[in-house]
Design a protein around this ligand. Structure first.
Ligand code: KE4
Length: 428
């Protein structure tokens, strides 16, 4: 596997784009080496600029749940583009995808589309603050809700990869309203409510965390948060940018049978085009402009191309009764294979998984929160990452990420991957 062309392209990119990338986690800083430049992709495979074929376990960080260049999405975008790409005026298509999303996801009456997961989460907490009249929010160390100021406090994903979980540029005035809790620690959350009586607008959580590796909620944890919010008249916000339309048709709310007050979406909902969204029951959503006083807007929100892509994606997931079962079975098969190979190699590891979100941690102890996620052996992870890349397997270029399984993966791809892991594990 040579990366000569990627190296050349990276050098050119660095001259005109900070760090040569438009999103830091792509820069391979956590694992070292040169970022891979992709030429095209189809199904489960990426084709890089050096002609290498890579089996993709990131899938654009989640959206490609049915594989790259999924034909119904591609064809819908092509046809829609011929009729104009943006109007800044309402279209029937927005109502169609909104109605479908509302029919798929429990406990929501209305949905507002935006252009990214960051916008969705940022708007969700503004709405919660406006609705409750309170300023403070609780987030969990290691969770990542996009890069708006209120969230860059002990954030996961790329933020922690670069050791800047508290980004410069976030003012003390903003940071003071973000309270930090420990994932899977209900008592910690109760203590925060005790210390900030009647001041907390909402808890925002990734119902399955995916930005410190994959960390599922402990039994009873989400239910406990629901009860704490009810007892304090605070809102429970599920950041389902990763889990939405991935864990189940109705996302984490369906899978865990827990009711969130506001749900944020991204990734899958746009079918690979820039779409975020946030949704809630009428009494909350009607606080949003132009109906209510909470302002939120966007030039390209509900963009026809993005809506066309998202609609085809949601229709496919809504109509395929087996897709989530296939994703579960394929990821369980992969997990079993990885366990066998890493055990054979005598390695200390933990694998966390929920449905088609999975991560490998090189630490024998349970990984249940940001602190335990930080204990993993990153040198081993680096070798694991690059060893797999050489075998034609692309996993997340950071131990603080989750893998996203696509239904486009065949069992031959999974066997190829498991065998490659066996080969690489011997040298770790
Ligand atoms: P975007 O603004 O990147 O569309 O979404 C932000 C976001 C919000 N909530 C969750 C749970 C997320 O995982 C994300 C974004 N995820 C990262 C991957 N860990 C995107 C990759 C990147 O930053 O380039």
């Amino acid at each position: 596997m040579l990366y000569q062309r990627s190296s050349q392209l990276f050098a050119e990119a660095e001259k005109v784009i900070p760090g040569g990338v438009n999103s830091p986690v792509r820069a391979f800083k956590s694992v070292g080496g040169t970022p891979i430049f992709v030429k095209e992709a189809k199904g489960a495979y990426l084709y890089d600029e050096d002609g290498n074929r890579l089996i993709d376990y990131i899938n654009s960080w989640g959206p490609m749940i049915l594989g790259h260049a999924y034909e119904p999405v591609v064809n819908a975008v092509i046809e829609k583009a011929k009729k104009g790409t943006s109007f800044g005026m309402p279209t029937q298509l927005e109502t169609e995808i909104a109605a479908l999303a509302v029919s798929m996801v429990p406990n929501i009456d209305k949905i507002r589309f935006v252009n990214s997961g960051t916008e969705a989460c940022m708007s969700a907490i503004r709405l919660a603050r406006g609705y409750t009249g309170r300023d403070k929010i609780i987030k969990f160390a290691g969770c990542y809700h996009g890069h708006s100021d209120s969230f860059l406090i002990q954030a996961g994903s790329g933020a922690v990869t670069f050791g800047s979980p508290n980004s410069p540029g976030v003012t003390q005035g903003t940071a003071k309203d973000t309270l930090l809790a420990t994932y899977n620690d209900l008592q910690n959350v109760k203590d925060l409510f005790e210390a900030n009586k009647d001041q907390i607008a909402a808890i925002i959580i990734e119902p399955v965390a995916g930005n410190m590796g994959c960390i599922p909620p402990a039994e009873g944890f989400l239910q406990g948060l629901r009860e704490i919010c009810d007892a304090n008249s605070s809102l429970l916000i599920f950041d389902e940018v990763m889990t939405g339309f991935r864990l189940a048709k109705g996302g984490a709310q369906e899978l865990f049978d827990i009711k969130a007050d506001i749900v944020a979406f991204g990734k899958v909902i746009g079918g690979g085009l820039p779409v975020g969204a946030f949704a809630a029951r009428n009494e909350i959503m009607n606080y949003l402009a132009p109906v209510g006083p909470v302002y939120q807007a966007g030039t390209l929100s509900g963009n026809p191309l993005a809506m066309a892509a998202g609609l085809e994606m949601l229709k496919a997931l809504n109509n395929d009764t087996d897709v989530f079962k296939r994703l579960e079975e394929k990821t369980a098969y992969l997990e079993k294979g990885i366990r066998e190979k890493l055990t054979e190699a005598g390695l200390a590891y933990t694998i966390n998984r929920r449905c088609s979100m999975i991560s490998v941690h090189f630490d024998a102890n349970p990984v249940t929160d940001f602190k335990t996620a930080s204990n993993g052996d990153n040198d081993t992870f680096k070798k694991f990452f690059h060893g797999l890349l050489k075998e034609g397997i692309y996993i997340a270029p950071s131990a603080y990420e989750t893998w996203f399984i696509t239904d486009a993966l065949s069992y031959e791809d999974l066997d190829f991957t498991i065998n490659a892991i066996g080969k690489v594990a011997k040298d770790l």
